[in-house]
Each structure stands twice: as C-alpha cells, then as structure tokens.
Design a protein around this ligand. Sequence first.
Ligand SMILES: [Zn+2]
Length: 406
Amino acid sequence: MAKTLKTVLAEARSVIPEQGPAEVQRRLAAGERVVLIDVRDPDEHREGFIEPATNISRGFLEFRVAGVAPEPDTPIVLYCQTGLRSMLAARALAELGYTNVINLRGGFQNWVQAGLPVVKDKVMGPEQIQRYSRYFLLDEVGEQGQRKLLRSKALLIGAGGLGSPTALYLTAAGVGTIGLMDADVVDVSNLQRQVLHTTAYIGKPKVEPGTRTLKVLNPDVNVVALPTRISVDNAMEVIADYDIVIDGSDNFGTRYLVNDACYMAGKPHVHGSIFQFEGMASVFAPNKGPCYRCIYPSPPPAGLVPSCAEAGVLGVLPGIVGVIQATEAVKLLLGIGEPLIGRLLTYDALGMRFREVRLRRDPACPLCGVTPTIKDLSGHPIGEDLACEVPPAGLPASVEVSSSQA
Ligand SMILES: [Zn+2]
C-alpha cells in the first residue's frame, strides 16, 4: 500500500533537522559558508527570494546540486514556499549522501512573516538579455549575477580622474544604481584625464555631463546626481542608501571621512589614489581586514603635501587605477574572486610595474582597533575647504612588502 504524504513527511522530519528564519538569517549574516537553495519553480523565485539563494527547482535538484555544493558535507539550507516540498527535497539530498542538509522551517512564507528581507527581480527584456549576454557565459556571474548587479547600488565619491573610468565601467556593467557625488565644476584642465566630461561642459557642475554620459551609455542604470561635497553632516545619511562606496576623492579630509563613515555604516569601500606617475588601490571592508587608519592613523598636517595642481599627474594614470577600483567593486557586489582586502596594490606607470603590499589590521587603530577612540564623525572638520592633496610618499613601517612583488 502506498504511504500517505503525512507518513512520508514525518519520516523526512525524523532525519532532516529544521531551522527557523531567525537562525538561518543569523548564519547568513555571520558569513557562514552555507549554501542556500530555493527549490521552488523559477516563476515563484522571481516573485521574491531570500538572498543569496540559488534557484534550483525541485525537479532538477539531484542533477544540479553538485554545481553549488561540491562536497558531501557542505552545509546546505533548502527552502520552498511553505517548507514541505523542501523537506522532501532535503531527504532526497540526504539519500544522495549529503550529510549536512537543513530545511527552513515554514519556508519562504514563514521568512516573510518574520519580517526578514527578500529581494525581487524584474524580468529582463530582450534588449537586456542581449546587452548582458557576455556575462551569461561566465559561470561565476550568469544571469543570476547580472540580476544581482542590477539590484546593486554603488556610491562614487568624486566624478574626477578616478571616478570617471569607474563610473563608465560600472554603468556599462549594469550596476543598477550609481550615486555620483561631486560638488565641483568642469575645468578645462580636468579634461586631460577626467573622461566623463567634455569640452562643451566647461564651467558646468561635473554631475551634469557625468549623469548625461552614463544615461546614454546604459539606460538601465539609475544615475543619482549628488552635486554636493561629502561632509560630516551628510556622510552617514548618503552612504546608508548604497551597498558599496568607491572613493575617488583627491584629498585627505575626504579620504578619512569616507573611511570612518563606511566603517561605522558597515559598508566596504574601494580606495584609490594617484600621484604624478604612481597610483594605489585597496579594499577596506569592516571587520574583514584593515581600514585606512590602520595604515595611516591620522592625516598629515595641512600644507605639508603638494596639491595635484602643484605636483601634476599623468593623464592616463587614473584610468588604470579607476578601472582597478571598478573591478574590485563588481567582484564585491557579485561576491566572487579574491578582493583586495588586506592588500595594497601599487602601480608605477613609468616603470610599468605593479607591486603588492600586505596590510595588517592594527589592534591600536583609533577606529577599528581593540579600544577605539573614534566612535562618531564629530572629530572631522566641518565645512573646511578640502584642498586637492596627494598621498604621503612611501609606506609606513607597519606594512610588509609581499613576496609576490613583480
Ligand atoms: Zn583600522
């Protein structure tokens, strides 16, 4: 006699442990290496899902699970709409030899009722499918990765030498929302390197040609023009709206402010700086590696370092550094590859050499150390005219030059 569904479910429950939404959310937030699989049909998935779930509908689960969970002891959490289909699916995985499979109790419905965050993808149109088709060929990105980029929000501090190439590539890549923050106007001397702007816009706010160029490049992207300087008063509020911050600023005041605000907001930021023929880039991710202050605890005295206008800069240099920043931003948004966390990449254009320097988190760091002294942004100057300054020459004694130096 055939077993009733009730019996089959009871048998599955006796071998498959369940976790509630709060516990699963805690594990995901803690960065545990857990593979989350949505076993519902694709049309159910599109209506809303739990990030970062992979959608493998029940009928294909046994065929495709190895692609996301290569080891039999990989921790897996399955969910469906109410927790029943996924319970049966979990038992099927256990029978395949997976030893660490858990079912989300009550499924997606229970997750939503608990008030936990869900994401929803818009259906891509034919033009979008063509536009992003080269991503679909990459296993690490695919259609799911592209959807993720379209949902992502990146804030660019500065629409100048570094911000220009970064903005162009992030827009082309289909990062859905790009905040372009710059209070300056286009000067003819900017055009030697700031490729977002054109001669026709001399004297106009940089965000104007910036927004226009980006919208023409990719109409999918929502470009938010922020024609203001980042300051103590607006930093936390502006950053809160974005997933990642790319610092293309040209002065220490802004660099320290961006570093502190991003750390406090728990957002990663991609650092880049240039000087004459040399550039550097790194990623500062809160609690995953050092921050800018771990390397340079406090800004040098004003006036000690020459300004860009005084020191000069090779026009093509910010192109390289800005594109490195864009690369790191896309990797971080997709969660792929090895980010530049705890590493400083330096670039010498004249010698055409890259060098990598390992950076360590400083337990005495005033921001992210064991006993921090900086707990809010009140120590930053208010309304100070942040002049164009360059990075301190050389590296502090606290960093190690890596053997991977080329
Ligand atoms: Zn630090």
